[in-house]
Design a protein around this ligand. Structure first.
Ligand SMILES: Cc1cc2nc3c(=O)[nH]c(=O)nc-3n(C[C@H](O)[C@H](O)[C@H](O)COP(=O)(O)OP(=O)(O)OC[C@H]3O[C@@H](n4cnc5c(N)ncnc54)[C@H](O)[C@@H]3O)c2cc1C
Length: 381
């Protein structure tokens, strides 16, 4: 389906898409191979993206943002997928960090961070996962203890996207010694705080332009103002944030699958074998017909999820269904598409090879498929 034919999107979104597309073509596409080698994108890109209106589309005008809606967010996510950008981590910044501040921050926290997140002066990250606690967040060990003047944070996080660049980190920490859901609180930690250290930019099998870090909190003293929302509300806040995160992943995976399909159709139209073209073999057409069918089904499913979100009733269970189905679908699609490229599909100079590798994390990050099945399974009678 042509992007311009999607009934959910209006003229303003179509115009925005064209602006985003032009920005990415100029500011990301030519540099992306170098950033993949560097393992990170330059900070300057964030400021340019901020100036071009790509960051935090849904932050209200009152809070210093552009006042767009989830469809503007979807446009940025989809266009990044359309060029197979493995970095920058705009969506974590825009779809996770900024909403945490908008939804749960007090007026001082909003005034301090939102305008800078919108302009790209400050880069955001979310730190939940620890070396021994990912799916089982209640098992986290990072603690925040009340002290005169604020909270003392001690612990370690891992796999944190944007961790090398982040100026502000939404940190999940235990504020009570239990595994009850009210034992976790969220903090907005300024990366300039004494005791905050960045560890390695971890070497991954894919998503090479995206920095992914260890973070260390060695008795980081933050003021009372760093607590985001109420003490003990962290788990509830994370669940709300995760619904949006999972919708964003679903939007991205749908667009990434479309990218893999487009690449493969193009390849099959030019690849010659047995005196004809790859696209003319019945097997190729059948396999691509299956992929196209998944894409058409997925498009209407993802747009329905977006509509639910816009109307304010995308619940956590439905977001889990969206994450599970689209990430598994992307896995099937990139595998089929790589196969149709033959040996060239295994060569990283071909976009499908990178798409295949980059897709693998989607079934893990943001909640593994098994966790999604647990969530969905709990709704069964
Ligand atoms: C590239 C990348 C970027 C990431 N970015 C961030 C980030 O920015 N911020 C952040 O906080 N985290 C981030 N993560 C962490 C990510 O969310 C976790 O890796 C994920 O939630 C899984 O946690 P884990 O790695 O600890 O695996 P574990 O929790 O140890 O799970 C191992 C495996 O156990 C299985 N499993 C888990 N739970 C169940 C269950 N209930 N039933 C059956 N099987 C189960 C699954 O197969 C799972 O994959 C990122 C991870 C990666 C790889």
């Amino acid at each position: 389906m042509d992007e311009d034919d999607r009934p959910l999107f209006h003229e303003e979104h179509r115009l925005f898409r064209r602006q985003v597309r032009a920005f990415l073509a100029k500011e990301i596409v030519p540099h992306h191979p170098q950033w993949e080698r560097d393992g990170i994108v330059p900070r300057d890109l964030w400021r340019k993206a901020g100036r071009a209106g790509l960051l935090c589309p849904t932050v209200s005008e009152e809070d210093g943002g552009p006042g767009g809606d989830a469809l503007h967010s979807a446009v940025v996510i989809e266009e990044l997928a359309r060029i197979a950008a493995s970095g920058p981590g705009f969506w974590i910044h825009s779809e996770m960090v900024a909403p945490y501040v908008s939804n749960f921050g007090n007026s001082q926290q909003k005034a301090r961070w939102l305008p800078k997140l919108v302009s790209g002066e400050a880069i955001g990250a979310v730190a939940m996962t620890e070396p021994d606690a990912g799916s089982d967040l209640r098992g986290m060990k990072t603690r925040a203890v009340r002290r005169d003047g604020g909270w003392l944070l001690k612990g370690q996080k891992v796999f944190i996207s944007n961790g090398q660049l982040a100026d502000v980190v939404v940190v999940a920490a235990k504020t009570a010694q239990s595994t009850e859901s009210n034992s976790i609180s969220l903090f907005l930690v300024d990366a300039a705080s004494p005791g905050f250290h960045r560890g390695r930019n971890l070497e991954k099998i894919g998503a090479h332009a995206q920095d992914t870090s260890e973070l260390f909190f060695e008795d980081v003293l933050v003021s009372h103002d760093a607590l985001l929302g109420e003490e003990g509300a962290g788990f509830r806040q994370l669940m709300k944030g995760l619904a949006r995160e999972r919708l964003s992943i679903a939007i991205s995976c749908q667009a990434k699958a479309q990218f893999a399909f487009d690449q493969t159709v193009g390849y099959a139209q030019t690849r010659r074998l047995f005196g004809g073209k790859l696209i003319d073999l019945q097997n190729t057409r059948f396999r691509l017909a299956d992929v196209k069918t998944e894409l058409v089904v997925g498009r209407s499913f993802v747009d329905d999820m977006l509509r639910r979100y816009l109307e304010g009733h995308l619940d956590g269970n439905t977001a889990a269904i969206a994450k599970l189905w689209t990430t598994e679908m992307l896995g099937r699609v990139v595998d089929t598409c790589l196969q149709l490229h033959g040996g060239w599909g295994y060569m990283t100079e071909y976009p499908i090879a990178r798409a295949y590798i980059d897709a693998r994390v989607e079934r893990i990050a943001g909640g593994a498929s098994e966790v999604m099945r647990e969530i969905i399974g709990k709704t069964l009678p």
